[in-house]
Design a protein around this ligand. Sequence first.
Ligand code: ATP
Ligand code: MG
Length: 345
Amino acid sequence: MTKTVTVIPGDGIGPEVTREALETVDALGLDLRFDLLDHVNADTYLRTGVSLSDEDFGRVKASDAVLFGAIGDPRVKTSDYGRGVLLRLRFELDLFVNHRPATLLHEDLSPLRDARAGAIDCVIVRENTEGLYADIGGVLRENTEHETAVDADVSTYMGVSRVMEYAYSIARRGVCMVDKSNAVRHGGKIWQRVFKKAASRNPIIRSTHLYVDTAAMKLISDPSQFDVIVTNNSYGDILSDLAAVLAGGLGNAGSANINPVTGFGLYEPVHGSAPDIAGRGIGNPFGAILSYALMLENFGWTAEASALRRAVGTAISERRVTADLGGSLGTKEVGEAVRSALSAR
Ligand code: ATP
Ligand code: MG
């Protein structure tokens, strides 16, 4: 059955990398229909004050997935714009899993000495709707010497359970639960209890636990031990950037925001709008392409998803890459390199 996909290219290098990634996915000849929302961007927001209209939100809801470029513009000073688009989609569609793979596709790309391709092959599963991002808290005695700010770190039994279940559902070798339950005790108790239950229900999968400081250290000193890391919103944010750099940098990292219950997903590169290089046609399209591969996988097109990943790997080994990876090609030429690797398969 035809899958309908809304596309929000957004701002900065968003439209540049999205165009290449879409053309590359198109080359696979799958039964996909794209609904382009190219007016959801900073220009529209500056003109109208609207981030994402109800009509556009309706088009997204009627589709099977969203492909997202990036949102952000130096002319927009308020965070309302970005929140209005991405957080609206994330919260209203209840995309409670942030799935971020970190796979080293080529040994030249890792900042680690001696890291061979495949030595880093893990997924960070980040809880996407709770934790410090729940926006609960406030300020006492504002603008006095005794000003005190509180941001609540929210963990609910339901919220932790559903992300834990997802982590186990995708694990191949092991699940490592990361928290700071020795210091952050109340939420820690929930994470520990839910983890132990899930571990005993999944005896074949190796279940381990690390405090977040140790996890950061182990990601650098021995990344090959990790398969799935499951953690809360803020630790997931930090560890997934760390893992992305180990696997070749921000420009290469893809991600999926998904609700595994409804199957709906929003797929986006981990990088932002990169205003410093926008408009020059030199943004690395791999993050977008690898995000869209995650969509294909979730639609059940697993062979095509692997073919896309392999084609990116081929372009890297042929050094047909953008400047951030030490190459000299533009976004378009890199897209063409991936497509020629695809057609040679
Ligand atoms: P935003 O506010 O939209 O997140 P930002 O200023 O944080 O924008 P990022 O997009 O997060 O910028 O990028 C951080 C740095 O990494 C920038 O110097 C940018 O040029 C570089 N970068 C990010 N993505 C890419 C990419 N796909 N290709 C090349 N360089 C990139
Ligand atoms: Mg950024």
